[in-house]
Design a protein around this ligand. Sequence first.
Ligand SMILES: Nc1ncnc2c1ncn2[C@@H]1O[C@@H]2COP(=O)(O)O[C@H]2[C@H]1O
Length: 255
Amino acid sequence: MKLKVLGCSGGIGGAQARTTSFLVDEDILIDCGTGAGELSLDAMRRIDHVFLTHAHLDHIACLPLLIDSVGDARSLPVTVHATPETIRILHSHVFNWLVWPDFSAIPDRHHPFMRFQPMKLGESISLSGRVITALPAQHTVPTVAYALDSGEGQLVFSGDTAYCPELIAAINAQPALRHLIVETAFADEQHGLAVASRHLCPSMLLAMLEEVHVTPEVHITHLKPGADLRIIAQIEAGASRLKPRRLQMGQELHF
Ligand SMILES: Nc1ncnc2c1ncn2[C@@H]1O[C@@H]2COP(=O)(O)O[C@H]2[C@H]1O
């Protein structure tokens, strides 16, 4: 499998700051933040599945626009996989005919442009031999992490999370983990904000990595713009044996 980073910033501001969205092969998006706006119309039309970690705007901003752009040109609905709680939030607060039309009922409920597929924590979806599993994570709203398994190797994406022992256990349970994409949103001076908003800062990330017993390449994502250089410097000063590196927009990971 191939994962291409369309956006991996914790905010906007400048050409490299696009919020979370990863293209998997040609047909799957993991989250649909402003990075998804980098796709051509043709590439957007090929997206059959969108897996959402949670309903925060920086992870869903482009979903309503993408569905509107491609719906008419597709013969099948785009399937949006998320937990029942996240689906409820999106239905009530986004696809509610006020903020945006309910594309799960357009052009009609039997042949919609988009359909929601509820996914429970721990559940796996198999798409042509590619297995995607929802893993535990902790944030201010209901959220999941994801494991992607090609059959030859795995990639885990933390989504937005605070320190989460259940996620660490799930990471350690991956037999051939090639890549770990893990957030570090704030610098250590913003420890209070990291705690309040249920994110990691470098000291928390380094403590978490001490408990990781597998040996993936570690990629840091969701750095808040303006704090990004400090966050990376603080992580590098921690000299973790896993040598975390900053995830870059446009980067491709294979597994
Ligand atoms: N008290 C707070 N609780 C949660 N989020 C906050 C708070 N104050 C500021 N924020 C910001 O709101 C953002 C919502 O998206 P994020 O979780 O990515 O990151 C969060 C923080 O940057």
